[in-house]
Ligand binder design. Structure first.
Ligand code: PLP
Length: 368
């Protein structure tokens, strides 16, 4: 017999995602199925959409969870808005900006990059220069870059994008549920997130939202959307008012997201952001006392993803392995040039608790 999943170890997830799901979210997933066109399920969909609009701070009707992980949200926003030959300006200062370039190129975009070194934010002056040079259809940027821990200010760049007549596409996979994401105020036209970061539901859905301008651009397309599965012109007939079958909704995942969003609303978004900020500051003080240094300048740090230089006395792979097997704590390794030199410590959603920081820090004291 193969091993049953309930024999798996219980980890504390303090890496770059997934984060710890609340028992209420896990229990929701075990609810018996109803059909994806059952009136009871349609009411649940309305509820999910309405809570997502509240959290994204948007009035966008076309706000719903794409049936796959955050990367599918990326593909969905890009594939629906890009036609072959369209210019896309992508801001790149880490892994996920790089992934957006790849996705946009696969959709036939002509990609221009605005770059900043890993660990630094994108400079609005660089975006302004690039906008003057290439007049793109879309400007794409990552809000919280999970490979580095940079929190990108979005508002100033948003007004540059709007002035240039372009569409503003934002990756809010790691930020949503941990810091404020103000879709309407910041002039965002297309945004995607993920469920397993600060929303603390299991991976498998990608909340997205499209503005009226984005839907107008979609309606003005010459050709079909390159992806059948992610085509908003069809999906809006299921997630919009008609409720016509497109593909079978991942019912149990939507149960889980519904419960996770209820938890966010019960806590209150503002209180949740405050919890992330306070817990991050507590972690920062503890880690600095152990000799860790932060990669990112204080004003650009994400509270939910802490990239720290590993001090002498800690052997990267060995300490991470022992944290996992001896203490049941997962943290993230450095990516790219940061491998072996930095760790990424997540404080996302349900994992973001003072007692979890204490558990990690006392384990680290044992292992140094
Ligand atoms: C995790 C992440 C993604 C990709 O999401 P998946 O759920 O792994 O597909 C995209 N962008 C950012 C910023 C992320 O942190």
């Amino acid at each position: 017999m193969s091993q049953a999943v309930n024999e798996l170890p219980q980890r504390l997830l303090m890496g770059p995602g997934p984060s710890d799901a609340d028992p209420r979210v896990l229990a929701a997933m075990a609810t018996p199925l109803v059909g994806h066109l059952d009136p009871a399920f349609l009411a649940l969909m309305d509820d999910v959409q309405s809570m997502l609009r509240d959290l994204f701070r948007t009035g966008n009707a076309m706000t719903f969870p794409v049936s796959a992980t955050g990367s599918a949200g990326m593909e969905s926003t890009v594939a629906n808005l890009v036609e072959p030959g369209d210019g896309v300006l992508v801001c790149v200062n880490g892994v996920f900006g790089g992934r957006m370039c790849d996705v946009a190129e696969r959709c036939g975009a002509t990609v221009t990059k605005v770059e900043a070194p890993w660990g630094k934010p994108i400079d609005p002056a660089d975006v302004r220069k690039a906008l003057d040079l290439v007049a793109p259809k879309i400007v794409a940027i990552v809000h919280a870059e999970t490979s580095t821990g940079v929190l990108q200010p979005l508002e100033e760049i948003g007004s540059l994008v709007r002035d240039a007549g372009a569409l503003y596409l934002v990756d809010a996979v790691t930020s949503l549920g941990g810091v404020d994401v103000r879709v309407d105020d910041w002039g965002i036209d297309a945004v995607y997130s993920g469920t397993q970061k600060c929303l603390s539901a299991p991976p498998g859905l990608s909340p997205v939202s499209f503005s009226t301008r984005a839907l107008e651009a979609l309606d003005a397309r010459e050709g079909k959307v390159q992806s059948w599965y992610l085509d908003i012109t069809m999906l809006r007939k299921y997630w919009g008012s008609d409720r016509v079958y497109h593909h079978t909704a991942p019912i149990s995942s939507i149960y889980a997201l519904h419960e996770a969003l209820r938890l966010v609303m019960e806590e209150g978004p503002e209180q949740r952001f405050e919890r992330h900020r306070v817990t991050h500051e507590y972690l920062r003080d503890q880690l600095e006392s152990l000799g860790f240094e932060f990669l990112v300048a204080p004003e650009y740090r994400t509270p939910m993803l802490n990239t720290v230089r590993i001090p002498d006395g800690f052997e990267d792979a060995d300490v991470r392995r022992r944290l996992l097997v001896e203490h049941n704590i997962e943290i993230g390794a450095g990516l790219g040039d940061f491998a072996g030199k930095f760790w990424r410590i997540g404080l996302m959603g349900g994992s973001c608790r003072i007692e979890n920081v204490d558990r990690l820090v006392s384990a680290l004291r044992n292992l140094s």
